[in-house]
Design a protein around this ligand. Structure first.
Ligand SMILES: [Zn+2]
Length: 274
């Protein structure tokens, strides 16, 4: 696997994320006109935290990691009932110290081998307590610059055991309406073939509209998709001098293949070498 110590490659993906249904990303800190307001910037504009998108994206990718290998090791799924007893370095407090001890005096390939054995495939890409993420999602801000109206919706308290409405327990919550568009930006560095395959699975799901964000997804909220025609991919291989020079020039060239084909190719490259 690729380590962090040398920057070998970087990909930047920019596009538009469109809400297919209303979205509720709540917050406990703000007081508003609703019992359950949506999160806002300090200037009062609604936005989607990059961490919310990353969490949803990671869960989706983890649930589909078996495409790469039916026995793919994902530590979170292991906790949820898998049979493997391997322990991922990100799941316990001394993991970072163990990595540091291994790194001292070790050759990069020796450290890479140790990490491959002790980090699950999801933590290698998305990071954890002891390993930095290779992929960063920006906060997503509205493309419309005017004061965007939100919706107020009614909710009813549900008893978790009986699944029935609880009498007298009603509340309202705020939601960002369907059709709203947000600026999407993702930057990933030092991706190996396996990282690319996982990232591609998540991006293909987003292009097809199968990623849900925020809360109340069980009642249909939070469906969204990435607009294919607006997606721009800039990819640089810093181990190739010409690619690096092009990247640092005033007009770095974007990938001109259709995004789905580009992601499918990355996924295929990994599957074919297995
Ligand atoms: Zn893990």
């Amino acid at each position: 696997m690729e380590l962090h110590h040398q920057l070998k490659n970087r990909v930047e993906i920019i596009g538009n994320l469109v809400l297919d249904t209303a979205l509720h990303v709540g917050t406990s800190q703000q007081v508003g006109r609703s019992d359950s307001p949506v999160i806002r910037t300090q200037f009062g504009e609604v936005f989607i935290p990059g961490s919310s998108l990353k969490g949803a994206f990671r869960s989706k990718v983890e649930s589909l990691a078996h495409i790469l290998d039916e026995n793919a090791w994902v530590c979170f799924l292991q906790k949820a009932g898998g049979s493997s007893h391997r322990q991922c370095l990100t799941t316990y407090s001394k993991g970072a110290t163990e990595i540091q001890e291994r790194a001292d005096g070790a050759k990069p390939e020796e450290l890479a081998e140790f990490l491959e054995e002790n980090l699950c495939i999801a933590c290698r890409l998305f990071g954890g307590a002891s390993w930095r993420s290779k992929v960063l999602f920006d906060d997503l801000h509205l493309l419309q610059s005017y004061n965007f109206p939100t919706e107020l919706r009614d909710g009813v308290g549900i008893d978790r055991d009986t699944r029935k409405a609880v009498e007298g327990v009603k509340y309202d919550f705020e939601a960002i309406p369907a059709g709203s568009r947000f600026q999407f930006r993702l930057v990933a560095e030092n991706l190996g073939k396996q990282d690319w395959a996982l990232l591609s699975i998540g991006l293909l799901e987003m292009l097809q509209g199968y990623l849900s964000l925020g809360g109340k997804t069980s009642r249909g909220l939070g469906s969204c998709h990435l607009e294919t025609e607006k997606l721009k991919i800039t990819n640089v291989d810093f181990t190739d001098k010409q690619s690096a020079l092009n990247y640092f020039s005033t007009k770095p060239s974007a990938v001109d293949e259709p995004p789905e084909e580009w992601f499918l190719k990355k996924l295929n490259t990994y599957l074919n070498q297995q």
